[in-house]
Unconditional design. Structure first.
Length: 135
């Protein structure tokens, strides 16, 4: 190339993204079997992807063009991630780690992790079935 790169052609390129997990909070609890993570973030231009991993496994992905990405439109703010629904075979006992990776439009990455537990009671729906008497 004969032309030098100009920063005015790539706004926000030098601004490194940040991400902080707000919910579930560190050492806190999240409802089981479904919870919605919340993060605070900053980027220089736009958010490209947000990956949500639980205990090392990808459980949710907010990608460019997805409905959840509307939550990440601004250059900074607080946003809810996609709802994370865990399968029945998932063991909620013990401490778990949520890891969030945010990638901006220039492929810069920011990461944060929290350890938390799943709430043991009061988080599910209670359904009582009664047999009709008589007839």
């Amino acid at each position: 190339p004969t032309e030098e790169c100009r920063l005015d052609l790539t706004p926000g390129r030098l601004v490194k993204p940040t991400v902080t997990i707000l919910s579930p909070d560190a050492s806190g609890e999240a409802p089981f079997p479904m919870f919605t993570p919340e993060v605070r973030y900053t980027v220089g231009h736009t958010v490209r992807d947000v990956l949500f991993e639980l205990d090392g496994r990808l459980v949710a992905h907010a990608a460019s063009g997805s409905d959840v990405m509307r939550n990440f439109r601004r250059a900074e703010g607080t946003a809810e991630g996609p709802p994370v629904r865990l399968p029945r075979r998932f063991d909620p006992a013990g401490t778990h780690m949520l890891h969030v990776t945010l990638v901006d439009s220039y492929y810069n990455r920011a990461e944060d992790s929290v350890r938390f537990r799943f709430a043991e009671s009061g988080t599910g729906m209670l359904l009582q079935l009664r047999r009709a008497r008589g007839r």
